[in-house]
Design a binder for this molecule. Structure first.
Ligand code: CDP
Length: 224
């Protein structure tokens, strides 16, 4: 019997487009490792803020991240993010991190560190990795590249539900998503961009299960 090759799957797309949930469930279904690269940039942002460094101070922000240990671990099938040994999975999902992350994600020194670490994590294959530059920079040779999009309305509604405890209005969430997307698309290093060979998936009107099934179908076509 042929053992199917373990693929590398890249899922990119704008903020709150449902990448993480889809990627996590897809990885579970395939028995692959799921890597949420956004969580790593979030932990890098927390590392800089915790040290009292202004994120705009690119040299010292880069140094703070280089001196921090960011790691991810799967515990009970959920990805947990660690900063210097502390589980920061909750602390990285706050409006404060959202406000500061775009500057950190534009920092070339920090992107270099993140990309190298992500490439090491994906070395063995059998990974589903989601982010902004996975198909273009981190895994340009990925077996399958998906670019997920959804209307701003659908994305803001989903984030409103996910972040109910932060009491943000729908408009505040929309503004934050649009501001982050603009910054992500317009930076010179690793901008948010659909790779030429990526398949686009508009999930504005799809359930999570439908999205996972569609990508799972593409994976099976590739394996066959
Ligand atoms: O969950 P959400 O879509 O809001 O964002 P995320 O995936 O957690 O990523 C948060 C931020 O990290 C993004 O807005 C990007 O600025 C940055 N990021 C990046 O620059 N490159 C990646 N590969 C992943 C995230």
């Amino acid at each position: 019997m042929n053992i199917p090759k373990k693929l590398s799957i890249a899922i990119d797309g704008p903020a709150a487009s449902g990448k993480s949930t889809t990627a996590r469930l897809l990885a579970k279904k395939l028995g692959y490792i799921y890597i949420d690269t956004g969580a790593m940039y979030r932990a890098a942002t927390l590392a800089v803020l915790k040290k009292g460094i202004n994120p705009e101070d690119s040299k010292n922000a880069g140094k703070a991240v280089a001196e921090s240990e960011i790691s991810i671990k799967i515990i009970l099938q959920e990805q947990h993010t660690f900063l210097d040994g502390e589980d920061v999975s909750k602390k990285i999902r706050t409006p404060e991190i959202d406000r500061n992350i775009s500057v950190i994600a534009t920092n070339t020194d920090i992107r270099k560190i993140m990309v190298a670490q992500q490439q090491r994590l994906a070395e063995q294959g059998g990974v589903v990795m989601d982010g902004r530059d996975i198909g273009t920079v981190v895994l340009p040779d990925a077996d399958l590249k998906v670019f997920m999009i959804a209307s701003i309305e659908a994305r803001a509604q989903r984030r409103l539900q996910d972040q109910a405890e932060h009491n943000l209005t729908l408009q505040e969430i929309k503004d934050d998503i649009e501001r982050r997307d603009f910054a992500d698309m317009n930076r010179s290093d690793g901008p948010l961009k659909k790779a030429e060979d990526a398949r686009e998936l508009d999930n504005s009107n799809l359930s999570i299960d439908d999205q996972v099934d569609q990508i799972y179908k593409w994976v099976n076509e590739l394996i066959a």
